[in-house]
Design a protein around this ligand. Sequence first.
Ligand code: IVH
Length: 683
Amino acid sequence: MNQGPTNPDPNREADRQLRDRIEKLRAELTEHNYRYYLLDAPSIPDAEYDEMLRELGRLEKSLAEPVPADSPTRTVGAPPSHVFEPREHLTPLLSLANAFNDDEVRDFDRRTGEMVGEPFQYIVEPKIDGLAVNLRYENGTLAVAATRGDGRAGEDVTDNIRTIADIPWHLAGADLPDLLEVRGEVYMSKSSFEALNHAQETAGEKLFANPRNAAAGSLRQLDPKVTAARKLSFFAYGAGEGGAQLAASQSGLLLRLKELGFSIQGYEKLQGVEELLKHYRQWQQRRATLPYEIDGLVYKVDAFNLQQEIGAVSRSPRWAIAHKFPAEEAITRVKRIVWQVGRTGVITPVAEMIPVKVAGVMVSRATLHNIQELQRKDVREGDEVVVRRAGDVIPEVVRVVAVDGERAPMITAPVFCPVCGSHVERSEAEVAIRCSGGLSCPAQLKERLKHFVSRGAMDIEGMGEKLIEMLTDEPEGSPLKLKSVADIYRIDFDAFTGREGFGRKKIDNLKLAVEISKQKPLSKFLFALGIRHVGEVTAISLSEAFCSMEAIMDADMESLQAVDDVGPEVAASIRSFFAEAHNREVLSALKASGIWPETVKAREIPGDHPLAGKIVVLTGTLHQIKRSDAHERLRKLGAKPTGSVSKNTDLVIAGENAGSKLSKAESLGIRVVDEAQLMEWLA
Ligand code: IVH
């Protein structure tokens, strides 16, 4: 048999396999030692560890060579820690020059183009907001991890880096350089950051201002167990020593790093500066959707031979630039917390701050959303806070970063509207607090007027949103100035004469429309008042049930809830509206101007019906008729259905499983009948 030169010598092959196995066991056992002794978090059972250690011992013996002093068979515990000792990088870590606007990017592109002298490709990567580390792999095994430091040497953070799940301890794959430096960014995801700050808060510890600070603080821990608990991540974006052996371009390198077991970011290959700038605009919108923070894009010349040609100046390469996004967050101090009344009456806490530039704009006010958020974030006057202004959203206070000595007391929710002095409503169902002075509150005036004149309400044709805006913005003292809905009926129409866009005909039509609106029925008028939860249908139900403004204004919770589709929340809203003296004043003004709906004629009631005039309560389950239909028909017979039993109740109609209302009726000696009797009466 011909043993060709390609067939390996069986002895040499066995020897190679033995050495490979020994090296693999040593590396794995070193890793387990680290997990066991340093992190208290073994990843395999003790028996398996012992078995591996015994196998290594046997193999080292069979190799019949001196065993190195750092072999796991010769050491106990974890390898010695070199925490924060200085470590020189094999090749320096360069930094990036920054571009803050399009012109600076164009300059960069022009310079680069001149040096290259032919068409070339850029690679674009997001710029992760974390901290750079250099990972030195010796024969494929992570040997040293160091921070960037001054670019030439950094601090040894190997123990802590080993806790990051994204960083392989051993590199998979063949054709690896003996010495390889992988570069990338250690960062903290937005969700880990939130979780960490939450835990810090619960433990009464200081909060981190942003994910970058949190990542840096977590990496610089003496105890790797702390780092391990902090959930750091890593993206590889480059290589130092040995990099040129892996690929011929940045995009090729990223793919290779991925094969080796690293996480890499998505990237794009583009040509020409306009493409770069277009991409930048897209990323400004997209950045918020990433699970981690980025602070710009990095444009790099893709081909390594071109990078070489272009070279570097002092500490940064000339073939790359960081195009920074305007920072979306800034730190400033809260001067005062005030309550702001929105167009719809919702009252929100707002922080007035020492002005600070956020995302390119000076910001001096930021929302605290609502009282719950204010309490959760525990923001107080005098605190140092992070303000955020992302995209088009209103600036918000994100969190407190520092407090100075004695803190101001927590702000409490107002009891009266800061704009109009009406009482403040707070419903159980929602977190918002509201001003109840809908008709009188200047903060809500425009919205209220627009609703008041709209179709379905007073329906004043020709008085649209634009005109309302114009009339409310009139200077003080103008005969056209609107300060309340009542003012609509006091407008001096002659004052329109001579105003641009107001011909005689238009003025006359407007005057007529206002005049006609005075005759609106009760339901329309009621709807026009803009009472929360009182829509057109509820307004009709109320007008049918109560027949007059006065009756509705004086109705109690019980009688309101007896009306179709009026539940406790709607009833409370109606009560609160009419209980507010400021609203009653506006209503009086309307009445004084003759704007008061006529009392609806009560329907013909068959006076001899046994239910006529009776106050009735329905309780329990009815089987033959819906409760709302029963209410409706009882009303038509002249009865007054109400929601709860009191000494004024004349009759209780008890369906199946009637409970407390029935007991109460019995204890008060009120007459009780069943569903069958009800049906007989209704028939
Ligand atoms: S390349 C010679 N790519 O930004 C080029 N850096 O301001 C070296 N960074 O120190 C860096 N994301 O910490 C590069 N995709 C990315 C990056 C990135 C974040 C950081 C890195 C560097 C700093 C420069």
